[in-house]
Design a protein around this ligand. Structure first.
Ligand code: HEC
Ligand code: HEC
Length: 205
């Protein structure tokens, strides 16, 4: 009798434990986020891994369009194929809308970056003024003065530096055919420009 009671108590405690964990960290998250996305992007979109883009506070339209591009296999760089084609394949149109809306609502956490001031200053200048000698327009014109994004372009503030570097190179190829806005000038950016822009943007909040 005693052991039965103990068992009942233990199992209800375990049950409470799960409910509490779910309540504090993932309240209201759509089912596909809990089942799939959170394993890599974090439930609130503030992914830890430098290879996995942050989605917290990202523009909902942009997230939707990228998920469609993965699902129709038109975004074709290696990480897209290896990680996101399979994920997007599992999402219905409704689930794409729900997950995009969820991540757009989440608060981006500040990223810790440690870069030489000189590099960050160079990135700041290129972002706001462009690089006129290379026909590179001001990034801020489309991505917003603080990299927050808007109806035209995605949020780039606080994104992982490594992901930014990879994508700025991808933009100079035909692996993201929807990124026509970037393709005209992406190939004019050299490694030093990419390093400076990525250092600056990853530290923005
Ligand atoms: C196994 C790890 C993993 C899982 C699980 C995962 N992702 Fe991703 N996701 C990635 C990686 C890696 C990339 C970068 C791919 C690339 O370079 O195109 C990415 C990219 C993305 C992007 C593009 C971001 C940008 O800034 O352009 C979106 C949107 C996205 N994922 C949404 C989701 C959603 C929604 C789910 C859940 C249904 C999900 N991901 C599940 C690893 C994952
Ligand atoms: C004319 C408008 C425009 C300008 C100027 C512009 N961008 Fe973009 N950028 C976009 C659009 C639109 C996208 C999304 C493309 C897509 O849908 O695939 C994008 C995508 C990106 C991405 C990929 C984001 C992600 O999450 O995958 C990065 C990084 C980026 N831009 C950085 C820059 C930088 C750095 C500059 C300045 C050197 C710049 N952009 C200038 C419009 C612009």
């Amino acid at each position: 009798m005693k052991s039965r009671l103990l068992l009942a108590l233990l199992s209800s405690l375990a049950w409470l434990g799960t409910v509490q964990a779910a309540d504090t960290s993932v309240k209201g998250a759509p089912e596909p986020v809990l089942r799939l996305c959170m394993n890599c992007h974090g439930v609130d979109g503030n992914s830890e891994s430098p290879m996995i883009p942050r989605l917290a506070g990202q523009q909902a339209d942009y997230v939707e369009r990228q998920l469609m591009a993965y699902r129709e296999q038109s975004r074709t760089n290696a990480a897209a194929r290896n990680y996101m084609w399979g994920m997007a394949h599992m999402l219905s149109d409704d689930e794409i809308k729900q997950t995009a809306a969820w991540f757009a609502r989440q608060k981006p956490q500040p990223a810790a970056t440690t870069h030489a001031d000189e590099l960050v200053r160079r990135g700041d200048a290129a972002f706001h003024n462009g690089l006129p000698s290379k026909d590179v327009p001001a990034c801020a014109a489309c991505h917003g003065a603080n990299g927050e994004g808007g109806p035209i372009a995605p949020r780039v503030a606080g994104q992982h530096e490594n992901y930014l570097k990879v994508q700025l190179k991808v933009m100079a190829t035909d692996e993201r055919p929807a990124a026509t806005a970037m393709q005209g000038f992406a190939k004019h950016l050299d490694q030093a420009d990419i390093d400076a822009l990525s250092a600056y943007l990853s530290g923005l909040h």
